[in-house]
Design a protein around this ligand. Structure first.
Ligand SMILES: *Cc1c(COP(=O)(O)O)cnc(C)c1O
Length: 438
């Protein structure tokens, strides 16, 4: 039996309708921006394996550091004990994180990093003796799949069965170009009520919403409003962190600094599961008390896993190298040139770019057609040896920084070819996408 068939017997995949999904492609090896399937087919990983990979697959330097750590200390309880990788990673992150961040709380993924920030924010006001109930978030945001993270995320079809279990959140529109004033007004209306604990946001780019982008200017305005009204701010940099937006953090484009920052995804270069929530001294101090009930009673079995922290340190080493920084600039300018080219072409509704993140939105006629189009574009890309996961009619590129110009061109050509698929003018030999149950 093939690996895909064995998979089919025992695995339940994420975000996958198992009844109709195509057989998963068995990947046996990765190198640089490439993933290699069992049958030898190579794929350019243009989505960095769900936005996590920064430096390429199976990077020898990260592998070496992880192996060394594994042979020294694989894990230790993080309450009452500590270890060098966790301390060193916190020290080094705090050096590059937005000004004012002074403490690091570890967890193991992006959703938990968000949960921790929300709990810090809510308990902060409790500890001060002035509980505040409301949280503000962007209407189309995505902050993760656990319940607290779902609550502050868009009320979409993905979370519909759980809506009645999610705590109430005040949503404001995403301040896309031309709509800035409306969002500012909406936030101001909620803020002036005086009962808002925190504002959580994806800075500059809303990933899952479809790489929806807005300017630092309007975010500065929103943050200023929050500060004026004593509302804590939580920057969810899970996707935007570690160079994606062209700077180390999206927050680096802003004048105003958040109270908390959520990190994961690129934190370990895409090697290990690790989440981190940083906060400033104001937050931290509100939990210092003789009264034990003021403690942040939160933790995970694998909090600050030493191997994950070692991967994080190795990834930081690589990120700060001039070669990587050059690569980030190179991708930015390549994207820029491609964006200018494809913008002129038919069937393109909008092209957006923020640093190394590129999004191409195709014209959408009808929704049902386009749910089908998504799958067609996805398999079209695979057929051309590129992994692209469309968000509806939106194609985006978030590649490992080591992607070569040649590989980038392959990605661009694939996206250009999609226009003809969208127009219905192009038929291509479909790859063997055997359905699970037909
Ligand atoms: C992916 C993502 C999360 C959730 O991270 P997981 O590790 O998948 O739980 C949270 N926030 C943002 C902005 C994300 O892109």
């Amino acid at each position: 039996m093939s690996l895909s068939q064995r998979d089919q017997n025992v695995i339940w995949h994420p975000y996958t309708q198992m009844k109709t999904a195509a057989l998963p492609i068995p990947i046996v090896r990765g190198e640089g921006a490439m993933l290699y399937a069992e049958d030898g087919t190579g794929y350019v990983d243009a989505v960095s394996s769900w936005w996590v990979n920064l430096h390429g697959h199976a990077h020898p330097y990260i592998a070496q550091k992880v192996a060394e750590q594994l042979q020294t200390l694989e894990h230790v309880i993080f309450a009452g004990f500590t270890h060098a990788p966790a301390v060193e990673l916190a020290e080094r992150l705090l050096q590059i994180l937005p000004q004012g961040q002074s403490r690091m709380f570890y967890s193991d993924n992006g959703s938990t990093a968000v949960e921790v920030a929300l709990k810090m924010a809510i308990q902060y006001w409790n500890n001060l003796g002035t509980p505040k109930k409301k949280i503000i978030a962007f209407r189309d945001s995505y902050h993760g799949d656990t319940f607290g993270a779902m609550a502050v995320s868009a009320r979409s079809a993905f979370t519909a069965p759980f809506w009645s279990y999610l705590f109430e959140v005040e949503f404001v529109d995403v301040p896309v170009p031309g709509k800035e004033e409306e969002t500012v007004k909406q936030l101001e209306a909620y803020a002036s009520g005086g009962d808002v604990a925190a504002f959580i946001y994806e800075p500059l780019v809303l990933g899952t919403a479809g790489m929806v982008m807005y300017t630092p200017e309007v975010l500065n305005k929103l943050m200023q409003l929050c500060q004026q009204h004593n509302i804590l701010t939580i920057a969810d940099e899970v996707m935007t962190g570690f160079g994606r937006t062209g700077r180390t953090f999206a927050t680096d484009y802003l004048q105003h600094q958040p109270d908390m920052v959520c990190l994961s995804k690129g934190l370990t270069g895409g090697t290990m599961a690790l989440g981190a929530t940083s906060c400033n001294e104001k937050i931290y101090e509100a939990f210092l008390h003789e009264d034990k009930s003021k403690t942040l009673f939160h933790g995970h079995s694998y909090t600050a896993n030493p191997v994950a922290c070692a991967a994080g340190l190795a990834s930081l080493d690589l990120l700060l190298q001039s070669e990587t920084q050059d690569n980030i600039r190179r991708i930015c300018s390549q994207h820029n040139a491609f964006a200018a080219r494809i913008k002129q072409m038919p069937y393109i509704k909008e092209v957006r770019q923020q640093g190394t993140i590129l999004a191409v939105e195709f014209e959408d006629s009808t929704t049902s057609y386009f749910s089908d189009l998504r799958d067609t574009l996805y398999s079209f890309a695979l057929y051309h040896g590129v992994i692209l996961r469309p968000l509806g009619n939106i194609i985006y590129v978030i590649a490992p920084y080591c992607i070569t110009d040649e590989q980038l061109n392959q990605v661009y050509q694939t996206i250009s070819g999609m226009q003809e698929v969208v127009s219905g003018n192009r038929h291509y030999p479909r790859p063997d996408l055997t359905m699970l149950h037909d």
